[in-house]
Design a protein around this ligand. Sequence first.
Ligand SMILES: Cc1ncc(COP(=O)(O)O)c(C=O)c1O
Length: 500
Amino acid sequence: MGVMIPTAPLNPGAASPLYLQLQRTLRSLIQANEWNPGMRLPAVPDLALRFKVHRLTVLKALAGLKRTGWVQTVTGRGSFVSDYLPEAPALLDPDSFPFQGSSLRVREDELGPWLGDTLEAAQNRSLVSFSAAFPPTDLLPGDALRRLYTRTMKELDAEAWVYAAPAGHPSYLTGVADWLRDEGEPVPPGWGIRSIPGSQAGLALVLESLTIPGDRVLVESPCYVGALALIRTLGREAVPVPVDRNGLNPDRLASILQKGDAKFLFTVPTFHNPTGMTLSRARRERILALTRAHGVTIVEDDTYGDLRFIGGRTPSFRSLPGAEHVIHLGSFSKSVAAGLRLGYIIAPDAVLGRLALVQEVHTIALPTLSQAVIGHFLESGGFRRHLVRIRKALRERRDAMLEAIQASFPRDAEVTEPKGGMHLWVVLPEDVSALDLHREAISHGLGFAPGPLFFPDGRGTNCLRLNFSTHAPSVTREAIERLGGLIHARPGVSPPKELP
Ligand SMILES: Cc1ncc(COP(=O)(O)O)c(C=O)c1O
């Protein structure tokens, strides 16, 4: 080929993603004058072969070099070293110092397929994506919130524009406490409630306040991908506890707890992300007793708890007897609007005091006006009315998706039937690769969240999480049918189920 390509391998285990490692390697060749201005770069497949990476990784590395001026592309002819090289890497070019000197440990390539799809879905209207768990935009309580913002702005006057109390705006905290009392889950004496900017931030607060790098956090396997990313990013270790058809398995938990070195159990017990399952009261009681006996604190993430379609609430961990070791996270991201960035944390006063110290130095306070608005929304009954509407729509959307899956997925696919929330979980025949299917689906304008994203140890290769909230039933039916067609086109897959 005549062009010098180094043989030093890239390191797939490094914190820095492969495409950035490749980008740095290629840039150093140019800086060292091994590759001169005007030189044609080797073809993408040659680079992929030489560096033992996927072609997409090469394309991503080249895109970065183009953006920063090291490489230019001539349509139909290929990529060339730029004639006019940048003087030096731009001081604030994030690619030039990814995570160096930082305590962060995140591997962008691990989350790439999901993030890429999510971002693409936000921009690309022709992609029908079932990957992200957002409230349906056609069901946001826009009119009610607009009216409440105007009214609350007038009522608060200058107070709307100053810091709220660090624990939260009083009308918000009262609104949440009253709502929970009416739901049969009052905040008990000796416990407190604080405002947080969503439950993701609540988990970050708990981890930063009560653990140190290296601590072990038990997680459901599969687990909410945002929690996995956070635990890893902060340098804590996520230890998987298997989930069966009825949620977190207490027997498996018991044997893992025997090892005795875990600090927390993070769980999404109601309308679990990603499976949609809800843990029974009996399992909750057993898990509560087991964790108490081993001195492990439960962090209960109830982000989807208000979105049940039928029946009453399954009691949360924190409301059961003997729950002194529970921290509860709630959020309005799924039940009202994710852009509000409002949630709450409930914990024994002593724990809350510890969290307060860290939260105040991080955040100072949460948005005053939005908290007061949601306080009014709760107290006026607007939230309850909104829930009636959104629960009905979500149920219809779940039913549409389940029917379409029944009609067009392979006979031996297993599907959960959530009683609330926004997503369901599909286990495909073992030899179907969810990541391959995902790549193909994207090229057909279809998106979903592939299973391996949700496992700390890369399992779930034949699983998918499908979010049923985003699209109208007619769109879902058509897209699921097409997805079923793609699954059937894979070798060795059995024919679709027959409708009764
Ligand atoms: C289980 C779970 N927890 C937390 C979050 C993040 O929620 P928030 O917007 O409240 O930070 C999500 C979002 O998808 C989730 O699914």
